[in-house]
Design a protein around this ligand. Structure first.
Ligand code: NAP
Length: 285
């Protein structure tokens, strides 16, 4: 049976270090790192994600503020909120929770965030720098996945074939860049890929970010592969599950992340790390 890698445990360790750092700042009378989350409307999934982020900030003692705005807000009004946060020296990280209502151009809002506060790593400036291997904010989920790989001893991925299923802007695409930067040989699959099962089954590292409950079964997985499951789904019984059929593949893999307690907790932890990183740059200028 493969080893189950709990992102929740790795996240706990990283958070302990962050608690210590924030406590030191507090003890020395310094300003504390601050994350501001902007929530538009009442989308239940967004409310739940935002609560998770608030809780994590509080756990490590970081300042955080939730700005709740009505579903009917105009693009201009939302842009004004972002501009005000950009100018606020006490704010280190700005996160606008997606999705946004139809009347708002998501790209226009994300592009308006000051890249030096782009702790989600979604700004073209951050994504371009990632492509060029320059220091920048890296999107939290891909960053968390790389940390999970490092934790199981896979720091240098030379000679490894990584297959990424899913090409979203927030997971698949930045992840491909990170994997290349770590010397992996990378194949990307998506909804238009043919023979996907056969491609997946050649992977030393298989990372799935699709959003389809238990899409990946043992036929997709090579013996001894490392499997990272990004998906967060509800199955037909309303049970939380990933994109990988965990029970069906666990005997075949060397390592596998579960859902829940796998990639999800790492994503939030990387958000905290990015905010502290922003704080450090701002304070040490
Ligand atoms: P997304 O924007 O929902 O896009 C899904 C991707 O999967 C697309 O690239 C799509 O291909 C591809 N796809 C769809 N059906 C497919 C199929 N049958 N075979 C192969 N590829 C297929 O992706 P996402 O935002 O990365 O989210 C994916 C899942 O991860 C969701 O369950 C989401 O909730 C979860 N998620 C979890 C975290 C976390 O922290 N754990 C973070 C982000 C997302 P096309 O591009 O061709 O349409």
């Amino acid at each position: 049976m493969g080893i189950v890698v709990y992102g929740s445990e790795i996240a706990k360790k990283i958070k302990l270090e962050m608690i210590e750092k924030v406590k030191n700042l507090k003890d020395n009378g310094k300003r504390l790192p601050k994350l501001v989350v902007v929530l538009v409307g009442e989308n239940p999934a967004s409310i739940s994600y935002v609560k998770g982020k608030e809780k994590a900030c509080t756990e490590i003692g970081m300042e955080n503020e939730l700005i709740k705005l009505p579903e009917t807000i105009s693009q201009e009004e939302l842009l004004e909120v972002v501009k005000t946060l950009n100018k606020d020296d006490e704010v280190d990280g700005i996160l606008v929770q997606l999705p946004l209502p139809k009347q708002i151009d998501e790209h226009a809002i994300l592009h308006a965030i000051d890249p030096s506060k782009d702790v989600d790593g979604f700004h073209p400036h951050s994504l371009g720098k990632l492509m060029l291997q320059e220091e920048t904010f890296i999107s939290c989920t891909p960053k968390g996945i790389i940390r999970i790989l490092e934790e199981i001893g896979m720091k240098d991925l030379s000679g490894k074939h990584a297959v990424v299923i899913g090409r979203s802007n927030i997971v698949g695409r930045p992840l491909v860049q990170l994997l290349i930067n770590h010397n992996a040989t990378v194949t990307v699959c998506h909804s238009k890929t043919e023979n996907i099962e056969s491609i997946a089954s050649q992977a030393d590292i298989l990372i799935v970010s699709v959003g389809k409950p238990r899409l990946v079964n043992h036929n997709w997985v090579k013996d001894g592969a490392v499997v990272i499951d990004v998906g967060i789904n509800r199955d037909e019984n309303n049970k939380l599950c990933g994109d990988v059929d965990f029970d069906d593949v666990v005997d075949k893999v060397s390592y596998i992340t579960p859902v829940p307690k796998g990639v999800g907790p790492m994503t939030i932890t990387m958000l905290l790390e990015n905010t502290i990183h922003s704080y450090n740059i701002r304070e040490n200028k």
